[in-house]
Design a protein around this ligand. Structure first.
Ligand code: GLC
Length: 709
């Protein structure tokens, strides 16, 4: 079918008011059918969002039902003039009935094949409840550990952001986006929301064009290249212009530079905010005009398009072409993703048990082993272990934020999951004087944050271990037994000065419905820790912002890499180095990565012509047990017309190796890996010297110098 021609044919039969409805999204939260019939007859909305509050991830949302959605769809198709199917959207961010780990925790797996499979399972559940459109992946790069929404994203690196974008889009939209059970993905928030100053949500963002092109945009480029159906605008402003009203962003970056062909939906009331709070649009009509002209095609929840675009067109302040462009993008997307052909959702039961097992495996893969003194872990099954800390019994907190439909009955407390593996002794206040303390093998203390301090409209000024939790650890230390910290913080926290309290540390994040079982499996050695940090763990929060892909300073101050003159670069009261660096993670075994073999001279002309070159290493398991290695490749362009980052992650592999097993791992690099974007969005490769590192985290010194001539 010629989608553009078909869309034009439908458009030709639409009245002005039908066009205004098509670019409007209103909410459906289970209101009576009669009430919704009136809304559908009156507005003929292009979309209904299955969410009743601006804080969908925090407030409880009504469950969705396939039957109710099909009923409303029938009204739209059989009782209205234009018979255009409604697109039903909901925030299915990291799970539906079964919650997978929150996206930031999931990214710690660096296992994007499994993440794609996870989102395919999530799709199976959500589509069966009638959800056709989900507002994920969230691709906001950040520089602020204080921002609560970093847990919805993919960490501090654009390469991981791009890998996540591809995995989520493919898992949600399937190989055939027109298939009846495929969903539409939505890359958000476009763009730069993660730079909200002070980590305070909805705050000012200051982003240079250079950082925009090379740090904030790349994950969205990957989403667009993966065929992501829709994009959502962001609440922040750039250069004093809210993205939702900025043509340079919504059209310049997204369409002209990236070639995006789907449609853009504003974030919740983001159009109205430009008038109500930002002081950018003098009137609601002006806010509507600026947004539509900028390239926003659908208005989420404030009805500014519905109420003002008609009058703007009549007055000639917006052209009919501008209105039609937005309508056509929505119609083309609905045609391209099979909504006209398959507007109704039938019941296709899925295997809940299988999804639960997948969620557990995803959570196991996402756990990062930070420390394991004297190979304390894994613990022997049946061993007598003390358990303490607030996250040992924390209800649904391990499910994480933005889990609108998870079934609490499917998840358990960690203490119960651990009790199946070990002779578990709860170490409450009174227990310290019991006889148990004499033959405890170790104490597990489960620290963390509740889901309520992560996600939208949350931020913390203190990202250290809370004082009451530290007090638990200090008390535990008195038992004189090894202390194993299980950190259920969804965001990265600072605990450098307290690291010494722990003999072993697992960073478990918010692991979803089966977080408890995953933690128990790793502690008992039934699963291998294979996670790697997708973010920096600062030594002290006063160091923030502190991130691995920093630009070199004007003097030797690169404390992240120890490349510093202490007198110049250290704080007087702390170091400039992180507690644990980006990419860091241990295994229950050890690996060795050989020197790199590669051409040391590569022709720029060949690279410009699309040729690539290989770099190989041997990865060997030199420990006494199986494990999963995650060799990572980093690039440093030593000189450029723009200062280039000290390291940029440009590749990674995951490989399971038995004890003693060795494998050759080959990375292939091309222009896209060595070049960078200029402010105007053009991509350049400059000849010169590059250091290429392959190692177990960003601090590796295993390097080879390649000259591009
Ligand atoms: C919220 C969030 C966005 C979400 C949307 C719908 O304000 O910013 O991520 O998808 O509104 O709930």
């Amino acid at each position: 079918m010629d989608i553009k021609a078909k869309a034009r044919e439908i458009l030709a039969n639409m009245s002005l008011s039908e066009k205004l409805g098509q670019i409007t999204q209103v909410s459906y939260t289970g209101q009576p059918v009669e009430e919704m019939r009136e809304v559908i007859h009156k507005i003929q909305p292009g979309s209904l969002i299955l969410c009743g509050s601006a804080l969908g991830g925090v407030d409880q949302q009504n469950a969705v039902s396939r039957e109710a959605i099909n009923t409303l769809q029938k009204i739209a198709l059989e009782e209205t003039g234009n018979k255009i199917p409604i697109l039903f959207g909901r925030d299915v961010i990291h799970g539906h009935r079964v919650a997978f780990p929150v996206p930031l925790t999931m990214t710690a797996s660096w296992d994007f094949d499994y993440i794609e499979k996870s989102y395919d399972a999530i799709r199976e559940e959500a589509i069966n409840d009638g959800v056709k459109w989900t507002f994920t992946p969230m691709l906001d790069m950040y520089r602020e550990h204080r921002w609560g929404r970093i847990v919805e994203g993919t960490g501090e690196d654009p390469y991981l952001g791009g890998e996540m974008a591809k995995a989520v889009v493919k898992g949600v939209q399937t190989a055939d986006p027109a298939a009846p059970r495929a969903m539409l993905a939505c890359a958000k928030h476009f763009v730069g929301y993660g730079a909200s100053e002070g980590g305070r949500d909805y705050n000012h963002t200051e982003i240079s064009d250079y950082a925009m092109q090379n740090y904030y945009l790349p994950a969205f480029r990957a989403a667009v290249d993966a065929g992501c159906a829709t994009v959502m605008s962001s609440f922040n402003e750039i250069n004093g212009i809210p993205t939702t009203g900025d043509k340079r962003v919504m059209t310049g970056y997204l369409r002209d530079q990236m070639g995006f062909e789907g449609f853009v939906v504003s974030d919740w009331e983001a159009i109205a905010q430009m008038h109500l709070f930002s002081g950018f649009a003098e009137s609601p009509a002006e806010a509507a005009r600026l947004s539509l002209a900028a390239g926003v095609d659908m208005d989420m929840m404030d009805n500014y398009f519905l109420d003002y675009v008609g009058e703007l067109v009549t007055e000639g302040k917006l052209s009919v072409e501008e209105l039609d462009t937005a309508v056509l993008r929505i119609l083309e997307t609905k045609l391209r993703y099979g909504l006209f052909a398959n507007p109704y959702i039938d019941d296709q039961p899925y295997d809940l048990e299988k999804h639960m097992d997948m969620a557990q495996k995803m959570a196991e893969k996402s756990i990062v082993l930070l420390k394991n003194e004297k190979k304390l872990l894994p613990l022997k099954k049946g061993a007598r272990i003390g358990i303490a800390g607030p996250m040992a019994r924390c209800g649904s907190d391990l499910v994480g934020t933005w889990a609108l439909d998870f079934d609490p009955a499917l998840s358990r407390d960690a203490a119960d999951a651990l009790a199946e593996k070990f002779d578990l002794i709860p170490l409450g206040e009174a227990d310290y004087r019991t006889l148990y303390r004499d033959n405890l093998e170790a104490c597990v203390v489960m620290l963390g944050e509740t889901r309520k301090v992560t996600g939208e409209a949350t931020a913390l000024v203190d990202i250290g271990i809370p004082a009451d939790q530290l007090a638990v650890v200090e008390r535990l230390k008195k038992l004189g037994k090894p202390v194993i910290g299980v950190f259920c913080f969804a965001r990265p926290i600072s605990f450098g000065e307290y690291d010494r309290l722990f003999d072993a540390i697992l960073y478990a994040g918010h692991g979803g419905t089966r977080a408890a079982e995953a933690i128990a499996a790793i502690l008992a050695g039934d699963a291998q820790p294979e996670g790697r940090l997708p973010f920096t763990l600062p030594y002290h929060q006063g160091q923030l912002p502190l991130y691995y892909n920093a630009l070199p300073g004007s003097r030797k101050i690169n404390g992240y890499y120890g490349d510093m003159v202490p007198a110049l670069s250290n704080y007087c009261d702390a170091t400039g180095t992180p507690n644990y660096p980006f990419g860091y993670g241990l295994s229950y075994t050890e690996f060795e990565i050989s020197e790199i073999t590669a051409e040391t001279e590569v022709s720029a002309a060949d690279l410009e012509a699309g040729k690539t070159f290989d770099l190989a290493v041997q990865v060997k398991n030199v420990g006494d047990g199986a494990g999963v290695a995650v060799p990572q490749l980093y690039v440093r362009d030593l000189f450029g017309s723009r200062i280039r980052p000290l390291r940029s992650l440009r590749g990674h592999k995951k490989l399971a190796l038995e004890a003693g097993e060795e494998k050759t791992v080959t990375f292939t690099l091309g222009k896209a890996d060595l070049g960078y974007y200029l402010e105007d969005g053009s991509f350049i490769l400059e000849a010169g010297e590059f250091d290429i590192f392959i190692g177990e985290n960003c601090l590796t010194e295993n390097r080879i110098r390649v000259t591009v001539k």
